[in-house]
Every structure is written in C-alpha cells, then in structure tokens.
Design a protein around this ligand. Sequence first.
Ligand code: ADP
Length: 240
Amino acid sequence: MKLINENGLRVDGRRPDELRKLRLEVGVLEKTDGSAYVELGGTRIYAGVIGPREAHPKHLELPDRAVINCRYHMASFSVDERKPLGMTRREVELSKVLREALETVVFLEEFPRMMIDIFVEVIQADGGTRTAGITAASLALADAGVPMADLISAVAVGKVEGTLVLDINELEDKYGEADMPVAMAPNLNSIVLLQLNGRMTADEISKGLEMAQTAIKQIHQTQVEALKRRYKVEPEGLET
Ligand code: ADP
C-alpha cells in the first residue's frame, strides 16, 4: 500500500506535518462532573469525569492524596472488526497509560481520601486514540474543576515510507514503520507520555518530538479556547 504519493502527500491528502481537523467541546455530558468531546479526523472520543468524591470502595482510599481511576474503553462498533465486548488487555493497559500521564499534573494531595473517576469512551477509532483520549480527559478534568498544574495535550507522530508524519491515522499506523505517541504539559515544558512502537533512528525521534511539540502547542491553544467558550462570562451590558 502506497502511503506517500509522488507529491509527498499522505493517504488522506495531508502534508507530513499536518494535523487532522480538530474539534473540541467541553461540558457535553449532563450526568458527569466534567466532560469533553474530541474529534480528530475520524477519531471520536468522549471523556467523562466524576469526582473528586468520597472513595468507594473505602479500602482503596489513601490518607494523603486522592486516587484516580481511569477507564479507557472502545465501543464495539468503533473499529472495523467488531471489538469484543468488555475490557480487552489492550484497554486495561491503555487505562493505566492514560492515568499515569494525567496524574502528573493533578494536585492529588488537595483531596486526601477522595477518588476521581475518568472515563474515556472511544466512539470511533481512526488512529491516535490514546493521545486524543488524553487530550479529552484533561479537558474533562478541567471542566470538573479539578485543580491541575497544566492541561495535558497529546498527539502521535509516525514514520511511513521513511517520512516522519504528524498525527497518524489508522492506515498509517497499520502499514507504517513506527508510531510514537507523545503527551505534554506544555506550560511546564514537560513530557508526560512518550512511547515508541516500531523503529526510528535517534535523529528521527528528536525530529518527531519537535513535530509533536509544535502540534501540542496548537492543540493546547484549542483546548484553552474550548474552555473559554464554555466558561466565558459576557460582561453585562450597561442599561440605558
Ligand atoms: P492508538 O489508538 O493510541 O494509536 P494503537 O496503536 O493500539 O492505539 O491502535 C491504532 C489504531 O488501530 C486505533 O486507533 C484503531 O484505529 C485501530 N485499532 C485498535 N484496536 C483495534 C481493534 N481491536 N480492532 C480494529 N482496529 C483497532
């Protein structure tokens, strides 16, 4: 399968350093304390946060900080081959990966003996669901009013036919040479998740990181705008 054409464009017509169309909404679910929706090309994800609330079951509570539970789940209809019902090993692992990335910025010690539940539901998958899931969950945490040092933003960089590409889609993930998900707390200039599936040279990794960092700043800006749309209070007009 040809992944880069003679004009240097990708299967979906993008340039190598181009992000897919990104749409972010905050406060989309009524029965959670915080929620967000992320659409990144064909990848569509809802995130919901419940808490901070009293820990339940009680034996899981910690005396000096809050506990975060995270569940990454793919709808059975979100992929071409119907995914088995229930949690697969991949989903259990990704739940941990997401939690560890998000936990780095949450002020957990402000909520001893409490619990925060994060639900990430992939409705449609077209590559990069762990990174888009992190972007969504971080917005949902902010919407729930959970104090954090920064908003986490994430994107995956890949390598296809020897070319580094930003924000890989499912085809590129499947037939390409490498997939490198990156999540950052951009204002703290810290990387909170870095994985590499496949092979890249050290030079490609640093170029890929630079590419990811530029896109992450853009995603971060879009997250801030989504929060402002939700929470901006219009100044009251002067009555005359
Ligand atoms: P990520 O979604 O973070 O890139 P993976 O690299 O594991 O995680 O998966 C890449 C892509 O492969 C997913 O985004 C999805 O489009 C597809 N995929 C994942 N799991 C399945 C599955 N069980 N069946 C079919 N496609 C899947």
